[in-house]
Design a protein around this ligand. Structure first.
Ligand code: TMP
Length: 254
């Protein structure tokens, strides 16, 4: 069977041309990177789990009318998505201090923030994804002021919804990163949630023990990485039935 045309390869995913115009296939790899790819590794089964977790969370968000690029999961490692024009901004929401905000502002990790804080980072590997203000984003035309209104509004809804969803399964949503894209339909343009939501781009702590259940286990060499991702899927009720035996998934694409 003819191989699909590859359009883009990122650190954790590959995008292929989709079966119909306006669609893409998003393939989830087991590759993991941290610190702008200075640290590289493989987390066996990560792609399969992130595909499922992101599917689950995006479908739940669609249920509360958050527009997303997700159409449907195709197989263990692939999902069909709508082609969008990615806005080159990483939107980070923080509920509890951890990671770079703790380092930059000296706030001890684990401190609950007085309110949820949204930060923006310019997606540019050569510049190491620098933190930017809304002023930079609108002045340089990466997004318009109305785009930013939609992005902030959607991001706060996503944060409230996912915080509650994870709390219900004994997980604290410490922080996360999302990306948005412009979806063009006929004459209209809509801002939609894109990329993925998974333990790769969230900090998830066990609500009772504060044990880390996310990519920080890889970033900080804490071990039991695969187990942590599996436990997130298990608590969400979506662990593939055959368990870890099936985690590697198909080697070749259909
Ligand atoms: P940070 O504390 O390192 O700034 O990360 C904040 C959140 O964003 C955390 O949940 C991890 C996620 N993140 C990404 O998804 N991609 C990135 O490149 C970075 C730096 C963070």
């Amino acid at each position: 069977m003819a191989r699909r045309r590859q359009l883009y390869e990122g650190k954790a995913k590959i995008l292929f041309e989709g079966p119909e115009p306006g669609t893409l296939v998003q393939y989830f790899k087991d590759d993991a990177t941290a610190f702008n790819a200075q640290k590289k590794g493989t987390i066996t089964g990560k792609g399969v789990l992130n595909n499922r977790i992101s599917e689950f969370l995006m479908m739940k968000l669609a249920d509360i009318n958050v527009p997303t690029h997700f159409i449907r999961r195709l197989n263990m490692r692939e999902q069909l998505i709508k082609e969008v024009e990615i806005i080159p901004i990483e939107v980070v929401v923080r509920n509890i201090a951890a990671g770079s905000i703790s380092q930059r502002l000296g706030i001890p990790e684990g401190t609950r923030l007085p309110r949820s804080i949204i930060e923006f980072y310019y997606k540019n590997d050569a510049l190491n994804d620098p933190i930017v203000a809304e002023e930079h984003i609108t002045a340089f035309g990466w997004a318009t002021p109305p785009d930013m209104d939609d992005i902030v509004h959607l991001t706060l809804r996503i944060n409230d919804f996912l915080s509650g969803l994870f709390l219900g399964v004994g997980i604290t949503l410490v922080d996360f990163k999302v990306e948005f894209g412009r979806l063009y339909e006929n004459e209209d343009m809509r801002i939609v949630l894109a990329d993925e939501i998974s333990p790769d781009n969230c900090r998830l702590w066990d609500s009772k023990t504060n044990e880390k259940m996310d990519k920080d286990r890889f970033r900080r060499d804490l071990g039991k990485i695969e187990e942590a991702y599996q436990e997130v899927a298990r608590r969400l009720g979506i662990l593939p039935e055959a368990g870890s035996r099936d985690m590697k998934g198909p080697e070749t694409m259909q």
